[in-house]
Write a protein that binds this ligand. Structure first.
Ligand code: GLU
Length: 448
């Protein structure tokens, strides 16, 4: 059987088995098709059924999360944790609290996490979790009661050396704090390394808050440098206004670029003079408000309803940092027509498969999510190391390690692409480099 036949056969099985899970199927398709040349070169991977095994989660947990709201009413949400692959280390990946969370979303995120975590070069396996709970509009007490109920079940499945969750959309320092407090109470154990993204007062790492956004910009800078380009003086559009978008804006600005737009799920702002980040932080981190409130502070800026319009703004660099599927084929075509040279993904799978095709066939430098946004989870692994050593490193120390990791992810992805005859295709290179390490570990560990 050729590598191509093998991949197509496995994809057919995956489609049959997961027919209603579009996001998961897209993620598998993207990775598996990149791996065809790897299977051609390593028939032993086919003989050991590596692809069939890697697309099947080792374990998947779904549970009821009942809690009582401020009016005394009972609410019920659904909780998930997927433990996808532990070949190279404990399951590691965030928890997402958002109404769109379902089995397919958690599964695609968990699948992507396997390769992302492998690319960091650190010993972490792939996992993910979350709930359809929406923290938006809830009081702190409601969020706390929800987090406690969620952890009452989750704590049975996680542990320092088994599975280490962290944040994702809707889960930040507040939620991690409530969940850690409850874990500690139930277990009577100060297992700080069981969750990452903690507050600095109880085992958190400096730079973790900034890590995904900073890492995205370090990756972008390296990808541009390798192509004789620089961030200096470039116009940047960033979608989202959460943790990733905020710190990507900060680092891009520090490196001489001008960020002119940000968004949230209602609409986007455009500020020709460059986004004033202090204002955005006040709105999003302190008031937990909406991005349109930016105009109350900066009346010369503009606000537009709806999210997709952000990709019609002329820019040199686009950094999608909101959510999956936010750049479709049409938006990708508009970006290309407007002369965008670089797209790097801060969110997980923000470009559809069709959009990626548009970027690649038009020579856009494309930094895929699992490589470009790996800085967050990399820094989480550094937080785990500090917790194990009961030490904490300085901001500069962690930031330097983060920068090295991002530069290496770019270099390893570029090298893998070249080795397999696809020079410049960082998407393919990242899939191959991420897969190889996990594959070799799985080969060594037998059929498990
Ligand atoms: N949710 C982040 C991601 O998508 C971070 C995960 C972590 O720190 O474990 O990679």
């Amino acid at each position: 059987m050729t590598g191509k036949e093998y991949v197509l056969n496995v994809l057919e099985q995956v489609e049959k088995r997961n027919e209603n899970e579009k996001e998961f199927l897209d993620a598998v398709k993207e990775v598996a098709t990149s791996l065809i040349p790897v299977f051609e070169k390593h028939p032993e991977y086919m003989e050991e059924g590596l692809l069939e095994r890697i697309v099947e989660p080792e374990r998947q947990i779904m549970f009821r999360v009942p809690w009582v709201d401020d009016k005394g009413r009972v609410q019920v949400n659904r909780g998930y944790r997927i433990q996808f692959n532990s070949a190279i280390g404990p399951y590691k990946g965030g928890l997402r609290f958002h109404p769109t969370v379902n089995a397919s979303i958690v599964k695609f995120l968990g699948f992507e996490q396997i390769f992302k975590n492998s690319l960091t070069g650190l010993p972490i396996g792939g996992g993910k979790g979350g709930s359809d709970f929406d923290p938006k509009g809830k009081s702190d007490r409601e969020v706390m009661r929800f987090c406690q109920s969620f952890m009452a079940e989750l704590c049975k499945h996680i542990g320092l050396d088994t599975d280490v969750p962290a944040g994702d959309i809707g889960v930040g320092a507040r939620e991690i704090g409530y969940m850690y407090g409850y874990y500690k109470k139930i277990r009577n154990a100060n297992d700080q390394g069981v969750l990452t993204g903690k507050g600095l007062a109880y085992g958190g790492s400096l730079t973790r808050t900034e890590a995904t956004g900073y890492g995205l910009v370090y990756f972008t800078e390296e990808m541009m440098r390798a192509n004789n380009l620089s961030l200096d003086g470039k116009r940047v559009v960033i979608s989202g206004s959460g943790n990733v978008a905020i710190y990507a804006t900060q680092k891009a600005t520090q490196l001489g670029a001008k960020v002119v737009a940000l968004s949230d799920s209602n609409g986007y702002i455009y500020d020709e003079n460059g986004i004033n980040l202090e204002v955005v932080k006040e709105i999003k981190e302190v008031k937990r408000g909406r991005i349109k409130e930016y105009l109350d502070y900066v009346p010369s800026a503009k606000y537009f309803e709806g999210c997709r319009g952000i990709w019609t703004i002329k820019c040199d660099i686009a950094l999608p940092c909101a959510t999956q599927g936010e750049i479709d084929e049409n938006s990708a075509k508009i970006l290309v027509e407007n002369g965008t040279k670089v797209v790097a993904e801060g969110a997980n799978m923000p470009s559809t498969l069709e959009a990626i095709e548009v970027f690649q066939s038009n020579g856009v430098l494309f930094g895929p999510a699992k490589a470009a946004n790996a800085g967050g989870v990399a820094c989480s692994a550094l937080e785990m190391s500090q917790n194990s050593m009961r030490m904490s490193w300085s901001f500069e120390e962690v930031d330097n390690k983060l920068k090295n990791i991002m530069v290496n992810i770019y270099k390893n992805s570029a090298a893998a692409a070249k080795e397999y005859g696809q020079e410049g295709n960082i998407l393919m290179g990242a899939n191959i480099a991420g897969f190889k390490k996990v594959a070799d570990a799985m080969m060594a560990q037998g059929i498990v």
